[in-house]
Design a protein around this ligand. Structure first.
Ligand SMILES: [Zn+2]
Length: 252
């Protein structure tokens, strides 16, 4: 079993290096007792990075991370002889590819904000969202009213300038469902076994269940560009692009 250390509130989402112990070595992968590598899910791609056995200068590249039951598999680049320095029980220092991960955090928090604004202003639910590179795609259950995109861009810009705090907390599922407004995302219900529920809250803007990694403040989203993408007539698609994908990475 791997403790999913990135799930905690506050600084946990910003941890980019950590020490952990190897608990298993399935073919081509490493399982740790705890990890800050995001194993993918909810449209956010898995992290990449490196593992270095403590006391060595061998660096093993992690090209993918994935859930496998209660464990996270850190998949290694094939054919790296350095992987031989890994043994069950040994400690490693893990390093997350931070520039890539931080872009995902900015896009993911930006997507929550845009989805919340679309629902609040137009009653439009997000059916699917995915992030890749420096852009995100948000698919909506209905068409966009004329003029919605410029109006949305202004509202996003205002929320970014205000620097709304973003917090993570866990609520018993019954409590969350009792206070739930109309669900924002109609097509992705929570699996029945999820309890408690991890709620990502953007102050005054949004609260929704999510297992992804997020910013501490909407201010860190920075400049984003919104445009309408091609979609069937009764649907809509919003493309969200980071205006400055190489924006300053805050200190750990
Ligand atoms: Zn999310």
């Amino acid at each position: 079993m791997t403790e999913l250390a990135y799930l905690a509130d506050g600084p946990a989402g910003y941890v980019r290096s950590f020490r952990a112990r190897i608990t298993a070595l399935p073919p081509g992968a490493v399982v740790l007792d705890r990890t800050y590598f995001y194993p993918g899910g909810g449209g956010q791609p898995p992290d990449r990075g490196a593992l270095r056995p403590v006391g060595t200068d061998v660096e093993v590249e992690v090209v993918d991370a994935a859930r496998s039951g209660a464990a996270v598999l850190h998949r290694l680049r094939r054919g790296r002889p350095g992987a031989l320095a890994l043994t069950v029980g040994a400690e490693v220092d893990g390093t997350v590819d931070w520039e890539r991960r931080y872009r995902h955090m900015r896009l993911h928090t930006g997507q929550h904000l845009v989805s919340a604004l679309l629902f609040a202003r137009h009653g439009l639910r997000t059916s699917r969202a995915s992030l890749a590179g420096s852009s995100a795609t948000i698919d909506l259950e209905g068409p966009l009213p004329i003029g919605a995109v410029p109006d949305l861009s202004d509202a996003v810009g205002a929320a970014v300038r205000r620097g709304r705090p973003v917090t993570i907390r866990y609520l018993p599922r019954a409590e969350w469902e009792a206070r739930l407004p109309a669900p924002r995302s109609g097509l992705v219900p929570l699996p029945p076994r999820v309890d408690p529920v991890r709620i990502v809250e953007i102050e005054a803007e949004d609260a929704c269940p999510c297992g992804g990694t997020h910013l501490r403040s909407t201010g860190e989203i920075g400049t984003i560009r919104l445009e309408e993408g091609a979609a069937p007539a009764d649907r809509a698609r919003i493309l969200l692009t980071l205006g400055d994908p190489e924006a300053t990475v805050p200190p750990a």
